[in-house]
Design a binder for this molecule. Sequence first.
Ligand SMILES: *Cc1c(COP(=O)(O)O)cnc(C)c1O
Length: 225
Amino acid sequence: MSVAENLARIQKQIVISALKAGRNPASVRLIAVTKNVSAARAMESVAAGVADLGENRVQELCNKYPAVAGARWHMIGHLQSNKVKYIIGKVTLVHSLDRWSLALEINRRSQEAGLVTPVLVQVNVAGESTKFGLPVDEVTDFVTEAAGLPGVSIQGLMTIAPLVENPEEVRPVFRRLKQMAEGLKEIPGVKMEQLSMGMTNDFQVAVEEGSTMVRIGTAIFGSRH
Ligand SMILES: *Cc1c(COP(=O)(O)O)cnc(C)c1O
């Protein structure tokens, strides 16, 4: 299957899942995850209509950034503080804000550049020790504090669900993230409009549960090696 065929199939699945949940399909944005994919393949997805690309490593993002024209770039992976300087002004959204030191660094570098960087707070909903993300019980305090940083604009939450065979098993994870976002809306200076959740294995369930951004790699580009 070509990238364009894969995209067409996925877009259709997103529409079906959104409608099943009574949602507007246009409220779900597809982010094509291009990690381990060549710039040429990434460009194929842009040519097929994808507007948003995601990378989980800074170096790969910076390498492809000049080569792929006309895309919005998302930083979706764990971000080291010493690499923040390379992506400020390049990325449209950082999905992986998961600690205070990183919030301070994004704030500092953004202010130096005269920018405000949109971010999502990554939550480790399932409490997996192998995953990054804030523990659920720390999110409210963190968001309240980070809302006071002028160089950072909180747009919502992100999570990576546990890898399971049957995506129904992770439905409660997505539901929980949505509930958390509802509870955080009242915090001054915070937008809770974006929920980044859902990958190749579970995006349909995530869309049914309110995802506004699905991050999909394998189903578009094939499996990575
Ligand atoms: C790799 C990756 C994805 C995409 O995963 P697939 O299963 O290939 O769709 C999504 N989000 C993050 C944070 C990733 O690192």
